[in-house]
Write a protein that binds this ligand. Structure first.
Ligand code: SF4
Length: 179
């Protein structure tokens, strides 16, 4: 018995195993806890900024990418786009959308909340909305995400976010009034 009337004429361009769906959906259900862990990790990474600078962000890239890829592939079916939006998208990775939409769903979401391209897959944006409702910073889902810069593909989003946070911190320090 087919799950939906729609059957794509050819194979979907993105093939995934059902096991990954289950873990992904678990991550969305536990977005609040994962948000906390992410914040904690981001803080630790930022504290390690002097270490990353000493070693060199470029040299640290390879080992960090290995860890990041392993963890995020398992939990989020991460595609290593290099510019992670998970904390703004309810811990549902937007790159799992077959159309790679970064700012909300297309008009083809099925009545049951599944994807129009992959009828058996829950729409990543429907999941993103559900996940965001559990999160403290859940309203970040309303932020407009910039277009994906494909030159960052395969690089560490963790290190990039750390370098940016360190820069912001330094700029804030410089701008702070001296007593
Ligand atoms: S948004 Fe990018 S880095 Fe984050 S989980 Fe998805 S593919 Fe990976």
């Amino acid at each position: 018995m087919p799950r939906s009337a729609y059957q794509p004429a050819s194979r979907s361009p993105v093939t995934r195993s059902r096991a990954f769906y289950s873990v992904r959906l678990w991550s969305v259900r536990h977005s609040r806890g994962l948000e906390r862990i992410y914040k904690l990790l981001a803080g630790i990474f930022l504290k390690l900024h002097p270490f990353w600078t000493f070693v060199g962000y470029k040299r640290a890239e390879k080992p960090v990418v290995l860890v990041e890829k392993a963890v995020k592939s398992f939990l989020f079916d991460c595609r290593m786009c290099g510019q992670c939006a998970l904390s703004d998208t309810g811990m549902s990775c937007p790159m799992n959308c077959p159309k790679s939409l970064r700012n909300g769903p297309c008009g083809g979401v099925r009545a049951n909340g599944n994807c129009e391209v992959e009828p058996d897959m829950p729409c990543v944006w429907v999941e993103a909305w559900k996940g965001s409702r559990h999160m403290r910073a859940g309203d970040n889902i309303l932020k407009v995400q910039p277009p994906v810069d494909h030159s960052w593909r395969g690089s560490s989003a963790w290190l990039r976010a750390t370098a940016e946070a360190a820069e912001e911190k330094a700029a804030a320090k410089e701008g702070a009034p001296t007593s």
